[in-house]
Design a binder for this molecule. Structure first.
Ligand code: NAG
Ligand code: NAG
Ligand code: NAG
Length: 481
């Protein structure tokens, strides 16, 4: 019984996905960073490499290392310890970037094994001639989910022929040094960053949902500071599918869709006979969109973060509270206009378009440098798809790298992303010790030397050797007296 229901739903789900995939012809954009070989001379040059979808890319930064190609366990599928191989570098030496070959096991496992052996980054050499692909994390494999969250080093896929030239140089006895550079991975044209999160209100889909919920809770504080300060413009998005015309009156579409099959979400348990239905998820997603729209109209878009986190905590599926009553109590507790939100949601039983969800379906289709959104969750920063772990410090780094240099807000300079280079020899910048003023400014990209503003006056100069301002002599006198 339960078995046949399950397969029925799986077939329909597959069908919906297929329709969706076909209608957009998969425009998936591979996000790249650049890899520059600095030595030996024979292979010097810059190459593209594709950022892995796990681990922590150093958005906005760069790192240098020496490439090591292990003598054994070259695919990195086994524990390097078993071969007595270590990638720990001696103090003062460049860290090791480990080169492994594609094949035999998940990308993420190779990176995990290399990290455990002390690698600072991993380069995976493709095993066929093809355009670069994104190394994704395995979704269904529960054993791997345990370590994926603990991967902290960045990784990148390189093409086959470039991999071969690296190997050749290494086997020829050359020391191969490379720079991995993420500074241009996110465009940074101005002092405001636009970013969007494609999310879902479903709280019972296993590890992926748990990860997404945890991220939203963790990131809320930073997101709200950025938004209140006018540094960012954030927009939440939700994916829906449509039911093929011929099936709109089928039991499956009725349970997974609203507005006569126009907007659907997969059944949370993939079982039509029990628990919540896909339709419940679509409705809550629509409510969250409307919360954003109404909050944005009152110039407080950041209230969306409060709503989704309060709803997650107060109205979980597990406690059978994932419903309208519970949602409305959260809306009222936040002082949002319930009537406006209901008006925005419209009638889910109507045989007509819902303008809000229609716009979301249009937005799923990629434009410009952004590919189609087909995976949840997806984060897009200044129109580039974010790659890497969905975790506060890593995402903040990506957003911070989207600001024009020196315009990044102080949240970019706090805690996890601070560099503190000004503490060391004042970063090599100009300073006036007696008056305690300096041109050194820590940014998460590293320090910059820019003449400071003192008592409202911008000092002029190159920031390295000199900075002068009207009040300087006055202050200088006062402090030296
Ligand atoms: C991952 O990290 C957590 C917390 O630091 C730890 O408890 C867990 O054992 C780690 N998992 C693996 C597979 O190492
Ligand atoms: C939110 O409001 C701003 C102006 O205040 C507007 O530019 C933006 O398009 C709005 N976003 C949405 C999704 O309505
Ligand atoms: C100089 O100013 C910084 C902050 O502007 C402060 O943290 C530091 O303690 C000051 N140093 C001295 C010697 O007054």
């Amino acid at each position: 019984m339960g078995c046949s229901k399950r397969s029925e739903s799986a077939i329909l789900l597959g069908f919906l996905l297929l329709i969706f995939a076909e209608s957009v012809v998969g425009r998936f954009v591979v996000e790249k960073n650049s890899l520059r070989v600095t030595s030996p001379d024979s292979i010097k040059g810059t190459h593209d490499s594709a950022i892995g979808n796990f681990g922590i890319p150093q958005y906005g930064g760069s790192m240098a290392g020496t490439v090591m190609y292990p003598k054994e366990n070259r695919k990195g599928c086994k524990d390097f310890d078993d071969f007595g191989i270590s990638f720990k570098s001696k103090p003062g030496a460049l860290p090791f970037f480990v080169l492994v070959d594609r094949g035999d096991c998940f990308f993420a496992l190779k990176v995990w094994n290399a990290q455990n052996a002390g690698a600072a980054a991993v380069l995976v050499a493709d095993n066929m001639e093809e355009a670069l692909i994104t190394m994704d994390s395995p979704e269904e494999d529960h054993a791997s989910l345990k370590y994926i969250a603990n991967i902290t080093i960045p990784s990148a896929l390189i093409d086959k022929s470039f991999g071969e030239s690296l190997k050749k140089a290494i086997s020829g006895g050359d020391m191969v040094n490379v720079n991995l550079d993420w500074r241009e991975a996110v465009p940074h044209p101005d002092d405001r960053v636009e970013y969007e999160l494609w999310t879902n209100s479903n709280d019972e889909c296993g590890v992926k949902c748990d990860m997404l919920m945890e991220f939203v809770r963790d990131f809320k504080g930073a997101a709200q500071i950025l938004e209140k300060g006018g540094y960012t413009q954030f927009t939440p998005h939700y994916i829906t599918w449509y039911c093929p015309q011929a099936f709109t009156i089928s039991k499956q579409c009725k349970s997974q869709c609203i507005n006569h099959g126009r907007y659907c979400a997969p059944d949370p348990e993939q079982d039509f006979s029990s628990g919540y239905e896909g339709k419940d998820v679509v409705l809550e997603n629509l409510r969250q969109l409307c919360v954003f729209i109404v909050a944005n109209e009152t110039k407080k878009p950041w209230v969306w973060w409060d709503y989704v986190t309060d709803f997650q905590i107060g109205c979980p599926m597990k406690e059978k509270k994932y419903n309208k009553e519970c949602a409305n109590s959260v809306i009222e507790s936040l002082g949002l206009d319930l009537k406006k939100i209901e008006k925005c949601m419209g009638d889910p039983n109507a045989d007509s378009d819902n303008p809000v969800l229609k716009e979301e379906q249009n937005a799923q289709i990629g434009k410009g440098s952004r590919g189609d959104v087909t995976i949840l969750p997806t984060l897009v920063v200044n129109s580039r798809q974010y790659r890497g772990k969905l975790e506060k410090a890593a995402v903040l780094k990506a957003i911070c790298s989207g600001f024009e240099e020196t315009t990044e807000p102080s949240v970019c300079l706090s805690g996890d992303v601070e560099t503190n280079e000004c503490l060391d020899n004042n970063g090599g910048c100009w300073q006036e010790k007696t008056a305690n003023i300096t041109a050194c400014k820590d940014t998460f990209r590293g320090r910059v030397c820019v003449c400071p503003v003192v008592n409202g006056v911008r000092f002029k100069g190159d920031g390295y050797r000199s900075c002068t301002g009207m009040q300087f002599s006055y202050m200088h006198c006062r402090f030296s007296l």
